[in-house]
Design a protein around this ligand. Structure first.
Ligand SMILES: [Zn+2]
Length: 84
């Protein structure tokens, strides 16, 4: 991909936010997600299934960061306990 096209994609990304309900991206200036704001829970699940999105899946990176922080905290406390 050309660097300019990549920059344009990045710029587009900066002007978008991710919907907490359907996890699709939409423009920041919109109050509601245009993809799912008019759908009830049942229609939303059908919509997500159609698009191959798992509604219960959280961001993989977010889960990894939470897991890593827990591991670091546990190691830290174990070290403190062994010192005393
Ligand atoms: Zn949405």
């Amino acid at each position: 991909m050309f660097p300019i096209a990549r920059l344009l994609l990045l710029y587009k990304d900066l002007n978008q936010k991710r919907c907490g309900r359907c996890s699709l991206r939409y423009e920041k200036h919109l109050d509601q997600c245009p993809h799912c704001s008019n759908l009830n829970d049942f229609a939303l699940n059908a919509f997500l299934e159609e698009r191959g999105i798992d509604p219960n899946a959280k961001s993989g990176l977010g889960q990894f960061i939470v897991f890593a922080v827990i591991v670091v905290v546990v190691i830290f406390f174990l070290k403190q306990m062994l010192k005393t």
